[in-house]
Design a protein around this ligand. Sequence first.
Ligand code: NI
Length: 164
Amino acid sequence: MAIRKIILHPDPILEEVCDPVEKFDKKLYKLLDDMYETMIAYDGVGLAAPQIGIKKQIAVVDIDDDNGPLELINPRILEAGGEQTGPEGCLSFPGLYGEVSRPYYVKIKAQDRKGKFFIIEAEDYLARVIQHEIDHLHGILFTSKVIRFIDEEDLLESEGAEQE
Ligand code: NI
């Protein structure tokens, strides 16, 4: 495995629409392993492929809960409901945080590294992180959804402000 370089805003790749994954091969496994290692190395809870310069519909998420590390390939939101507002950060915007409103619940269909389809339901913080990553795959950055930017000092008092 290898730690990849994180692409920072305003690199244009971050605002491009990613291509679907069609080949589920060893190259993909290596990429997923590298993405996971990179996310951990940067202390993130999620990472999307364009953030390491790869324009593919791939994201990894790990909020350190019972769901363990999640690999989302070609993810689609099937259902979304409710609303939550909370702080978000992004590895492509180091040190920048803001309040974002998103659906509280999502039902996602995605493929695993073997190409097998699966469905995952998520709520609260996990739903927030998954939606942040899926946005990346469509070239949508959290800054376009921020209601209010937050000072890093104020963040210490609020939970769940990891980078995605
Ligand atoms: Ni992000």
